[in-house]
Design a protein around this ligand. Structure first.
Ligand SMILES: C[S@@+](CC[C@H](N)C(=O)[O-])C[C@H]1O[C@@H](n2cnc3c(N)ncnc32)[C@H](O)[C@@H]1O
Length: 335
């Protein structure tokens, strides 16, 4: 089974309580899926050249695995062909044996904004919800995480991670084809849970925050990064039609409103640690993600607006702690 190495690793940790429910979900969502794209992706994975490497640099902005001197020309061609068959590469960049995968997003920019605010990740059990192809998970491994479990319903994300994993060989990390809703409720085991770029895709943000909370152990850390708008505690944008061309966007709160939501969901020490506009340096079309990108989604006459006239993409990161006991709302004395 594709994920057996990772499941074996989980067995040695407090996450062993997840294995019984996770295994059949993986079989259903991966082995028994009828997604028409998967055969093409699997063909690309099977075509990856067999090369062993110890040249691994996860600390740089461009994640580097394998050295150009370790492959011959024909292997290089084979590798390039397989990686291209796994396009579009949205998250990255990666350099595999000298081949630069110049992804749509310069994901290191987000990581560098968030990383200084995180509790030490050493030895932590980490859940990355909406992990994409696992770029940030490799950063978490670099910070000495014990386990990084990525969940993302996109089979392409799983396949891109499997391509990287072939050369990385890190059995304590996996991108699994699951939604957060598929994760066993009330695991209460992860030390840190990340949800980056997911909340605005969810129709029910409070349910999402509650799911994240139920995966965390008491005292664990929540990291939420999402699109926000300027405004006060009561400001929320629900774009009726598209937002920045995307049709699956529901709630864009202000940072202050999101902070209140997270407090309402029972977290403590809730801090807004970053607010940044997305720039066309951070998100742009490349030869690894052809077609349109952020510059096409902004109003050409006013880059502070999207093409639909909404405020341009602004993202915030909030970090919070799951309390050890139940948080109680203050009582009011009725006269
Ligand atoms: C905008 S991308 C963000 C990727 C990455 N976390 C980042 O911040 O760059 C959103 C990702 O969330 C995934 N996603 C959407 N709904 C999800 C859900 N219910 N549970 C888990 N992942 C989800 C999508 O497949 C996509 O890869």
């Amino acid at each position: 089974m594709t994920f057996s190495g990772f499941l074996n690793r989980l067995a040695d940790t407090d996450l062993n309580v997840w294995i019984d429910s996770l295994t059949p979900t993986l079989i259903e969502n991966w082995d028994n899926t009828n997604d028409g794209n998967l055969p093409k992706f699997l063909k690309a994975l099977n075509n990856l050249p067999d090369i062993k490497t110890k040249h691994i640099k996860l600390s740089e902005n461009i994640i580097e695995i394998g050295h150009p001197d370790e492959i011959c020309n024909s292997q290089r061609e084979q590798l390039l062909e397989s990686l291209k068959a796994l396009m579009p590469w949205r998250k990255g960049p990666f350099k595999l044996f000298g081949i630069l995968i110049d992804s749509e997003w310069q994901s290191w920019m987000k990581w560098n904004r968030i990383e200084p605010h995180l509790s030490d990740l050493t030895n932590r059990l980490i859940l990355d919800v909406g992990s994409g192809n696992g770029y940030y998970m490799l950063k978490m491994l670099n910070a000495n995480a014990k386990i990084t479990a990525g969940v993302d319903p996109s089979l392409l994300s799983t396949c891109q991670f499997l391509a990287i994993q072939k050369y990385l060989n890190a059995p304590n990390a996996a991108v699994m084809p699951l939604t957060m809703e598929n994760v066993k409720p009330n695991l209460e085991t992860f030390d840190t849970v990340f949800s980056m770029g997911v909340l605005y895709h969810r129709k029910s943000p409070f349910d999402h925050i509650a799911e994240l909370k139920s995966a965390l152990r008491p005292g664990g850390e929540l990291v939420i990064e999402t699109l926000v708008i300027h405004g006060d505690e009561n400001s929320v944008l629900v774009p009726v039609n598209r937002y920045s061309v995307m049709n699956n966007i529901y709630f864009l709160p202000s940072s202050k409103a999101l902070k209140n939501w997270i407090m309402k969901a029972g977290f403590e020490d809730v801090k807004i640690v970053d607010e940044s506009y997305t720039t066309i340096k951070e998100q742009r079309a490349t030869e690894w993600k052809l077609g349109t990108s952020l510059s096409d989604y902004l109003d050409p006459n006013d880059p502070k607006l999207t093409v639909e006239g909404h405020p341009a993409p602004l993202r915030a990161t909030i970090i919070a702690k799951k309390p050890y006991g139940q948080t109680k709302l203050p009582r009011y004395k009725l006269s």
